[in-house]
Design a protein around this ligand. Structure first.
Ligand SMILES: O=C(CO)COP(=O)(O)O
Length: 257
């Protein structure tokens, strides 16, 4: 299914940084102060997803700017005996607006499954937090030619029980695992092909209007050099940026036009 660029213009670009396990609270404050003027933008939504312990400092440092603060993970219960976990209401209490769910590093190192990702997605919506739902294939899966089937399956499970109105507000991040932190960015064609397939999957599960509204990011070694071409693709509405989100280059990625 191919769609015209003029349709994609209706979706506002969203560029999110994923800091991963980097920066102490005081370093977070300093970095946000440094990047704040660089990421000012009228055309893109800008999100900094930071380690949970950095959230209060990040919220304070970002106050009055266009930066929204996101979390990198959360649990799917509001309270209870879940040592070490962070509840959605703890995040909203601080002013968190977004949460990354199902990042491949969480799936690989912390045993997250499509089913736990789905529970978290439902909980995020219940609490008014916009989920950034991650999906993406391994290099072996790409070489076996199963990328699209695999990603479709991840998305279908992640969105089980999510209403069309909720799905319209969600963000999906397509991050091929082989492109994360490797400097090996997917080609524009590869990224566009899978993002278009994700949008077609959303159209199948819901309807065209939902598919046209949902925002789909590409992630995996996004840089100031690769962002303009990637983000100009009809089905790519911005990026989820790791390493480059910790540097002044992030400003160039946000203001890629
Ligand atoms: O995992 C990523 C963002 O979530 C991508 O990381 P890099 O941009 O460092 O490759």
């Amino acid at each position: 299914m191919s769609r015209k660029k003029d349709i994609s213009l209706m979706r506002k670009t969203i560029v999110a940084g994923n800091w991963k396990m980097n920066k102490t609270p005081s370093e977070a404050k300093a970095l946000i102060e440094e990047l704040k003027p660089l990421v000012a933008s009228e055309t893109s939504d800008v999100v900094f997803c930071v380690p949970a312990i950095d959230i209060p400092a990040a919220i304070e440092a970002a106050a009055g700017s266009n930066i929204a603060i996101g979390a990198e993970n959360m649990y799917f219960e509001e309270s209870g005996a879940y040592t070490g976990e962070i509840a959605p209401n703890m995040l909203t209490d601080l002013g968190v607006k977004y949460v990354i769910l199902g990042h491949s590093e969480r799936r690989e190192y912390f045993a997250e499954t499509d089913e736990t990702v789905n529970k978290k997605v439902l909980k995020a919506f219940e609490h008014g937090i916009t989920p950034i739902v991650c999906c993406g294939e391994t290099l072996a899966q790409r070489e076996q030619g199963v990328t699209i089937d695999f990603v479709r399956q991840q998305i279908k499970i992640a969105f089980q029980g999510v209403s069309a109105d909720q799905a319209k507000t969600a963000v999906i991040a397509y991050e091929p695992i082989w492109a994360i932190g490797t400097g090996k960015v997917a080609t524009t064609e590869q990224a566009q092909e899978v993002c278009a397939a994700i949008r077609a999957c959303i159209a199948e599960v819901y309807d065209e209007a939902t598919a046209e509204a949902i925002r789909i990011q590409y992630g995996g070694s996004v840089s100031a050099a690769s962002a303009p071409e990637l983000f100009a693709q009809p089905d790519i509405d911005g990026g989820l940026v790791g390493g480059a989100s910790l540097k002044p280059d992030f400003g160039k990625i946000v203001n890629y036009k």
